[in-house]
Design a binder for this molecule. Structure first.
Ligand SMILES: NC(=O)c1ccc[n+]([C@@H]2O[C@H](COP(=O)([O-])OP(=O)(O)OC[C@H]3O[C@@H](n4cnc5c(N)ncnc54)[C@H](OP(=O)(O)O)[C@@H]3O)[C@@H](O)[C@H]2O)c1
Length: 240
């Protein structure tokens, strides 16, 4: 199978690439940086891992950059994993429109456009493909300073449920994986004390494991999840 995965250079996106490659799939990875870890994977899977340097904040050019010369109509796309995101953290009274717009471009507008072209590819090839959005537990629990970020993920959850409704009759599925806090670059600005407070709110009293998130993504993409669509699946160490 061929899967398009955004945010492949590190963190959860890189782990998703690893799991899909181990399972024998081909991955079309997208990020701004071609990281050392990704290069290592390319050496291991030279025939099945492809990279495109794309700035997803540039929503206007996403079609020409991604779907003309990378995932062209010659590629039969079986799934799109919308993983790349940025977090604009601040309290609401400090909100700046330009920062909000940039985050929405990366987290919401471009992923919605990529979904459009991914579904068009699936329609062209009569593929019963699958879309996965990576959300965040902050949508459901609320955290001080994450109102803007969580709102962008909430938008994706609504988009996914409605996409599932719209395209289910053709066998195209859309689901959301909702991770808890993970130890990645995105959460690296938190102090140990802040992290300890966050982990205290989970049943397992620990960070969410990125491999567990990646395995859930791979499961939802697979035929094993054929009857699962329009769902939000939490992988969050049991966040309360
Ligand atoms: N970390 C957490 O605690 C946490 C919790 C819940 C949900 N999540 C969600 O999980 C997903 C993965 O997060 P992560 O923790 O792995 O984050 P991360 O380590 O910061 O990685 C983000 C990825 O997105 C890419 N990216 C960011 N901006 C981009 C842009 N403008 N254009 C192209 N690629 C861009 C980055 O690549 P480049 O920088 O190379 O472009 C990187 O590969 C995100 O959707 C995040 O919202 C994270």
């Amino acid at each position: 199978m061929n899967y398009l995965v955004t945010g492949c250079s590190r963190g959860v996106g890189l782990e998703i690439c690893k799991v899909l490659l181990e399972q024998g799939h081909c991955v079309y990875g997208v990020a701004r940086s071609h990281s050392d870890s990704f290069s290592q994977l390319e050496k291991e899977y030279p025939d099945c891992l492809f990279f495109k340097n794309v700035d997803l904040s540039d929503s206007d050019n996403v079609r020409s950059i991604l779907f003309k010369d990378f995932v062209s109509n010659k590629v039969i796309l079986h799934g799109f994993v919308n993983n790349a995101a940025i977090a604009y953290d601040d309290i609401v009274t400090n909100l700046q429109l330009s920062k909000l717009q940039e985050m929405y471009a990366v987290n919401v507008f471009t992923p919605m456009l990529v979904t459009k072209y991914a579904i068009r590819n699936m329609l062209l090839h009569h593929t019963k493909g699958c879309i996965i959005h990576i959300s965040s537990i902050s949508v459901h629990t609320g955290y001080k300073g994450l109102a803007m970020y969580a709102s962008s993920k909430g938008a994706l959850e609504a988009f996914s449920k409605n996409t599932a409704r719209e395209w289910g009759a053709l066998g195209i599925r859309s689901n959301v994986v909702v991770p808890g806090f993970m130890e990645t670059t995105m959460s690296s600005t938190l102090t140990q004390e802040q992290k300890a407070r966050i982990y205290k709110r989970t049943s397992l009293k620990q960070a969410t494991d990125i491999h567990s998130v990646a395995e859930m993504v791979a499961f939802l993409l697979s035929d094993k999840a054929l009857s699962i669509t329009g769902q939000n699946i939490n992988v969050d160490s049991g966040t309360i």
